[in-house]
Design a protein around this ligand. Structure first.
Ligand SMILES: NC(=O)c1ccc[n+]([C@@H]2O[C@H](COP(=O)([O-])OP(=O)(O)OC[C@H]3O[C@@H](n4cnc5c(N)ncnc54)[C@H](OP(=O)(O)O)[C@@H]3O)[C@@H](O)[C@H]2O)c1
Length: 292
């Protein structure tokens, strides 16, 4: 059986739906699971993982990164130990792509990859690029002022970031899980065992690109103006402390130009959705939500 964790989230939910639509023997797990339709797997309560992982052959382990690093490390460490104790044969982990190596969020991902490498089961690492939906969120944050004065301000400098549609990442995870399941059933060597895939976006966006998307959506000229990093922290005062830290790190990385990927394994799996279309659609529906 395949088990997907974190199915209440956007990525885990899409992976589970994709596997179920393919007619595979798949179960769902969530920290808010009811234990009947959805297995209860709360990484903060390691005692829930023993029952959740019982009878599982292939575990699709979706990272649970929204917390301080010590919490995320404890969560992910508990998953690795529980999967080993339950006799899971193969774990797929949704990690972070190589271009994100200097982001503060990379620490928990690389730490988790190292724990998985020491574990007794086979592993496939899906190193996910940054979501196109995430950059759409940054555009939306500047939409109100762009609508008013035609200026989109963001702390990107002249940098750009490679982005990928979350649906593409889910589709790759579905294919890798299905092929791993098929190899297991056939008793042949698992083609994805021991593999790390860099699922970077194949196109990059910067401040000018997001300003263009806003201009198209708002139906008025919009120009990009960079704000210095020194102005970012006060703007993030309302965020949880860990999230503010990670956000500053992301803007620093964009400014430094290191989030533009040079290589991606994504096209080997599918034809990537154009990031610009995903961003435009997300911005459009976000603006409609704001207006309603
Ligand atoms: N590549 C990127 O650009 C990017 C951006 C943001 C985040 N991420 C990472 O990718 C993951 C999936 O992204 P997403 O867009 O699906 O995020 P999301 O919709 O915000 O979902 C959050 C995820 O965290 C899980 N989670 C939270 N607390 C948990 C707990 N105590 N035990 C087990 N799972 C827990 C949720 O699962 P349940 O509530 O169902 O348990 C859900 O899968 C995130 O959790 C984060 O680590 C990647």
């Amino acid at each position: 059986m395949i088990l997907v964790t974190g199915v209440s989230g956007a990525l885990g939910g899409s992976i589970f739906d994709g596997l179920r639509a393919g007619g595979l023997e798949v179960a769902a797990a969530s920290s808010s699971g009811d234990g009947v339709a959805v297995r209860n797997a709360d990484f903060d309560q390691p005692e829930t993982l023993r029952a959740a992982f019982a009878g599982v052959d292939v575990l699709v382990f979706v990272s649970a990164g929204y917390a301080e690093d010590d919490v995320v490390l404890a969560r992910h460490g508990a998953v690795v130990r529980a999967a080993a104790a339950a006799g899971v044969k193969h774990v797929m982990y949704t990690s972070l792509a190589a271009s994100g190596d200097l982001l503060t969020i990379a620490l928990a991902h690389r730490w988790t990859e190292a724990r998985l490498a020491e574990a007794p089961f086979d592993v496939t690492i899906l190193r996910n690029g940054l979501y196109a939906e995430l950059s759409a969120g940054l555009a939306l944050a500047g939409a109100a002022s762009a609508a008013g004065n035609g200026v989109f301000t963001a702390p990107f400098g002249d940098g750009r970031l490679s982005v990928v549609a979350r649906a593409d990442l889910a589709a790759v995870a579905v294919r890798v899980a299905a092929e791993t399941w098929a190899d297991l059933a056939a008793g042949v060597p698992r083609r994805h065992a021991g593999r790390t895939y860099e699922l970077e976006g194949v196109s990059a966006v910067g401040g000018h690109d997001l300003a263009e998307v806003l201009a198209e959506t708002l139906g008025r000229p919009v120009e990009y103006r960079a704000v210095p990093l020194s102005e970012v922290r006060p703007m993030l005062a309302g965020l949880e402390a860990y999230r503010a830290g990670h956000t500053v790190s992301m803007f620093s990385n964009i400014n430094a130009g290191v989030l533009e990927a040079r290589h991606s394994d994504l096209p080997a799996f599918l034809e990537p959705r154009p990031a610009r279309d995903v961003i435009a659609a997300t911005v459009k529906s976000g603006l409609e939500d704001l207006q309603n």
